[in-house]
Each structure stands twice: as structure tokens, then as C-alpha cells.
Ligand binder design. Structure first.
Ligand SMILES: Cc1cc2nc3c(=O)[nH]c(=O)nc-3n(C[C@H](O)[C@H](O)[C@H](O)COP(=O)(O)O)c2cc1C
Ligand SMILES: CCCCC(=O)C(=O)O
Length: 347
């Protein structure tokens, strides 16, 4: 495992997981056009390194909404970690803490947010929320995230309804096994279902802002007009995301959407990106084109399924080493030196 590449982690995860669970993690919506495009688009961009810049020391740290990350590679919120490893989100959080990065804990986690926080007291945690139509219950979730020490609320906006995931339909995967549940949704002696609802609107962002003083990150922005609207609604950061190609199929690759969104935001708030980040060079391209950090979804799940906490730590360490290596090759002493001129788009 110490010498594995990300591809090898994925192969090992595939070999270990129940095939229906592997498909849930790996799959996308519809024809998986968007899912494939996310990765492929990075490959089409070229990096133009600078030379002879006398780099002696590398700076990869970023501070985001008051949280520190030693590398600008965050853990994206993904559901159901106990399908991959018995320790589930506890293991992921410990690995994120060891890697000194931020973990965005999914509302649909299989370990309660309080228990994730207790398992990894050093971890920088943010909490991902699907606004539930029952706003009183939504507020209870927000309070729990605050009390557990989460430093930001990541509101996912790209899921008014679940994407059409044909692998899951084919496999009949529509629920967790009986021994697991979404622990954040316990409510008295029942467990509520996660409701993906088309009801939330921009007004709900206002309600959330009144509900909490936590900074709000809007996840799932792909249209520049929505990025501008988000600024008017007081979001603290914007996350360019097409949900890893799991929601609306044929949305363009996030790295292709990033420049327009970064221009629309104009530096007013930090812009993050996820979708298809698999290499240190992908991270550099996203930063050069205007993101302050990226997040990875499936790579973390491959680490977790292949090797538990150690597997996630290894995946995050691999990405960190690649970021440092690529920065050195690009003649950059700091992630802040990356700029659009270092990325060449195909003519
Ligand atoms: C198995 C799986 C579960 C996910 N669960 C959530 C979730 O609960 N909430 C959310 O906002 N995004 C969820 N996502 C989307 C990720 O946060 C992220 O946008 C996506 O995985 C990034 O693409 P990548 O997997 O190519 O890195 C999930 C993604 C996967 C693969
Ligand atoms: C009900 C949990 C939804 C998790 C999710 O967002 C995904 O599978 O992409």
C-alpha cells in the first residue's frame, strides 16, 4: 500500500467491496458523461512551468474560512463510509487530521457528527447539509454540527432530487444494510430518511444565515449567474461542483466551468472546486485557474475501502507529495504563485 498509486487503491477497493457498494461509490448519473468529463478535462489542459526561479522552500498551506489545511486538498463530503470500512467516518477523520486537512462530513454519514469529532479531536471538520423541508429538524442538525465543533456549513444545492444512477437501479441498491444508518438523522427513536428536496430556494440561505453564525459554503454551483446570486445572499465561499457527475448528467467538467465562475466571483469570496481531481497536477491547474483549494471524493473512498484509516492517510499523502513535486517542477515556491498564464487550454 505504501507504494500504491491512486489507480491501485481503486483496484484494491473494487476487489474488496461488495460489487453493488463499489458501483454506488464509483458510479455517476445517466451515461456518466459528466463523471468521465471531470477527469478527462484535466488531462486536456497543459501546464506551462516556469524555470530558474530559485525555489528553496515550498509553501502549500491555505487558511479557508478560519480553518487551516496544510495542502489545498480537502476531503469532499461523501455518504456511507461504513460501507467501506467498519470505522467509517471516524477513520476518515483521523486520517484527515493526520494529513492536516479539512474533512467535510456528509450529513448522510454512517457515524454521528459528535462521534466523528470525538474520534479525531484534532480534525478540522465542516458539516455538509441538505436543507431538509422540516426546517426545525434542519436547525437541530445545524446546532449539532456547531456543538460538535464544525467550523463551516456546506450547503449542497445541486440535489433537488437524487440523480438517475443506473448502476444503483440495476443493482437494486436503494438503502443501507440493516446494521447501518445515517446517524445524523436519528430523531428520538426513529431515523429520518435524507430528503433531497426541490423546495429550498435562495430564501433558505437567508434563513440559514439567521440560524447560525457559521460561514456558509454553497456547494454545487456551475452557472456563473448563480455564483453572482450567491454573493448577494452572503455566502462565505462557493464550491464549483457537479457532484462528481452523480446528479445532472452532461453538465460540463468543473475545471472547464471554473474560469467563468472565478471571473464572476471576482475574488469576493474563496472559490473551491471538486470533481475528477486525481493528481497533483490537477490540483495545480485548479489553483492556477482561480480555486483556492480542491476537494476529493472517490479517492478518499478508495483509500478507506482498501486500507481504512491508513489507506486514506496514504491517499492524502500521495496527493500532497504530488502537489509538492508538481509545484517544484513548475518553479513555484507557493501555491499562491500559480496563475492562469501557467495553464494552456487546447486551441
Ligand atoms: C459515494 C459518494 C457519495 C457522495 N455523497 C455526498 C453527500 O452526501 N453530500 C454531498 O454534498 N456530496 C456528496 N457526494 C459528492 C462529493 O461531495 C463530490 O462532489 C464528488 O465526489 C467530487 O468528485 P470526485 O469523486 O470525482 O472527487 C458524494 C460523492 C460520492 C462519490
Ligand atoms: C442519501 C445520501 C446521498 C448521498 C449523495 O449525495 C450521493 O450519493 O451522491
Amino acid at each position: 500500500m505504501e507504494r500504491w498509486t491512486l489507480r491501485e487503491f481503486e483496484a484494491a477497493a473494487r476487489a474488496r467491496l461488495d460489487p453493488a457498494h463499489y458501483d454506488y461509490f464509483a458510479g455517476g448519473a445517466g451515461d456518466e458523461v459528466t463523471m468521465r468529463a471531470n477527469e478527462a478535462a484535466f488531462g486536456r489542459l497543459g501546464l506551462l512551468p516556469r524555470v530558474l526561479r530559485g525555489v528553496t522552500k515550498l509553501e502549500t498551506d491555505v487558511t479557508l474560512l478560519g480553518s487551516h489545511a496544510a495542502v489545498p486538498v480537502l476531503v469532499a463530503p461523501t455518504a456511507f463510509h461504513r460501507l467501506a470500512d467498519p470505522e467509517g467516518e471516524r477513520a476518515t477523520a483521523r486520517a484527515a487530521a493526520a494529513a492536516e486537512t479539512i474533512m467535510i462530513v456528509s450529513m448522510a454519514a454512517t457515524v454521528a457528527i459528535e462521534d466523528v469529532a470525538a474520534a479525531a479531536p484534532e480534525a478540522e471538520l465542516w458539516f455538509q447539509l441538505y436543507v431538509q423541508p422540516d426546517l426545525a429538524f434542519t436547525e437541530r442538525l445545524v446546532r449539532r454540527a456547531e456543538s460538535a465543533g464544525c467550523k463551516a456549513l456546506v450547503v449542497t444545492a445541486d440535489s433537488p432530487v437524487m440523480g438517475l444512477r443506473e448502476r444503483d437501479l440495476r443493482n437494486g441498491f436503494d438503502d443501507l444494510p440493516a446494521h447501518l444508518c445515517c446517524e445524523n438523522l436519528r430523531d428520538g427513536d426513529r431515523v429520518r430518511p435524507v430528503v433531497m428536496s426541490p423546495e429550498p430556494s435562495w430564501e433558505h440561505l437567508g434563513l440559514l444565515r439567521e440560524m447560525t453564525s457559521l460561514p456558509i459554503v454553497l456547494k454545487g454551483v456551475t452557472h456563473p449567474a448563480d455564483a453572482r446570486l450567491a454573493l448577494g445572499h452572503g455566502v462565505a465561499a462557493i464550491m464549483v461542483s457537479n457532484h462528481g457527475g452523480r446528479q445532472l448528467d452532461t453538465v460540463p467538467a468543473t475545471i472547464e466551468l471554473l474560469p467563468e465562475i472565478a471571473a464572476a466571483v471576482g475574488g469576493a469570496v474563496p472559490v473551491l472546486l471538486d470533481g475528477g481531481v486525481r493528481r497533483g497536477t490537477d490540483v495545480l491547474k485548479a489553483l492556477a485557474l482561480g480555486a483556492v483549494a480542491v476537494a476529493v471524493g472517490r479517492p478518499v473512498l478508495w483509500g478507506l475501502a482498501a486500507g481504512g484509516e491508513r489507506g486514506v492517510a496514504r491517499v492524502l499523502g500521495l496527493l500532497r507529495a504530488e502537489v509538492e513535486h508538481a509545484l517544484t517542477l513548475c518553479g513555484c515556491a507557493s501555491v499562491h504563485e500559480l496563475e492562469p498564464g501557467m495553464v494552456r487550454r487546447p486551441c
